[in-house]
Ligand binder design. Sequence first.
Ligand code: ADP
Length: 499
Amino acid sequence: APSTISDLPIGPAPVSVKYTKLFIDGQFVDAVSGRTFETLDPRNGEVISKVAEADKQDVDVAVKAARKAFDHGPWPRLSGYARGRILLKFADLLEHHFDELAALETLDNGKPLDLVKYVDLPMALRLLRSFAGFADKICGKTVKIDGPYHAYTLLEPIGVVGQIIPWNFPLIMFFLKISPALAAGNTIVLKTAEQTPLSALFCASLLKEAGLPPGVLNILSGFGPTAGAAISSHNDVDKIAFTGSTDVGKLVMEAAAKSNLKAVSLELGGKSPMIVLDDADVDVAVELAHLALFFNVGQCCVAGSRVFVQEGIYDEFLRKVVDRAKRRVTGDSFQSGVDHGPVVDKQQFDRVLGYVEIGKREGARLVTGGCRIGSRGFYIEPTIFADVEDYMRIAREEIFGPVMSVLKFRTIDEVIQRANDTAYGLAAGIVTKDLNSANRLTRSLRAGTVWINCYHVFDPALPFGGYKMSGIGRENGKQVLYQYSQVKSVVTPVESPWL
Ligand code: ADP
């Protein structure tokens, strides 16, 4: 694509990389094969460092370590309170390294440092601390069954958990996955995304000091079809939790079924509707729709990528949402005030620009953006298509980049039907002052989260997950602890005649 403005001034990275090996059984080790891969700085496409590349053999070693830590180690046998204390200590140690960890996240992912400091890292710490507090409150129930019996359930950890995470929120995804699994007493083999291995490895360096026994949390850097597939098809992994694309989610589930029927939870793609009704304050609606799509340069599974605007305010909304997009601040992600960084890598960059071409070919009206910014790194202009039709690929497929599709609708019945006409069901947004309309839409939308007059609000206490092909299971809240626990039912006579 042609460059629209001259190259952005990109400064040197204000952080150095200390940890690049695999973290297995409490040690940093090279891959068995000795192989490494490069991780790149999305601001300029330059190599940051080489990182050990895990393959099937390394997965085997890591699963053995996790198995040993589960079957014979202290972790599942500690009290919940003792586990919680270790997790809280870990959180404190991370906080002592806040600036270094934040900078590393920006360097590897490209997202603005401001964002990491106000959103990613604080949320990561909240996840860890929130689930640390849950650790001593995970418990079963007593059940009054028929007959002279005393019956109750025990919640036990599942065992060795495999976790595979994506690159869009490397730290948040890491803590979203490990916090509840560790609180519940499991041991873990986690694979980071090949685009963003660095922040998790930095976290690993503090685990020993926090007091986590070796083998409890093993962290592998590597690719999906090799290391990822080896985890999901491993016969000694008891559960797999995956976040990523729907296509890969299917592969993970298939591998789980074909190997040992390990339990599966999936958090997959989305094509979330953002519905703006005629009665809305247009400026508020513009701000929310902008946030819903352009936050994290659109690299969010919940991105509000189909903006349905009611006809009465469509033209005004469109004019204002374009103005707003033009005011996004692009630049070196380490500079304060920048809110629009690069996308994560060349592959995403090509994919997103490919969708811009598809949108044009399909006849959608490109009203702003559509080009790369500069000639270095992976910066893409905030892009908006108007007059998008439901059948177009840009309205059906997940783009995962800064490309908004605006669609016009007339009635609420119509928008309910169109918003639900998707294979996904992760999230939805509604902007209105009318309580009746909000309630009606909320009940009718088939989505795991509905945001009314807000967007992107997450909390460790609030369940999160998808309907339909957006996933299986829920993360966060109490729900997730059941996904990391087995339920054992126990029955004994209240007074045994044989004792
Ligand atoms: P994204 O579009 O976010 O990159 P992916 O689903 O491709 O989503 O990647 C998410 C995670 O899944 C990454 O850690 C990636 O390495 C991993 N992955 C990719 N392919 C496979 C696979 N066949 N089996 C297991 N994990 C995979």
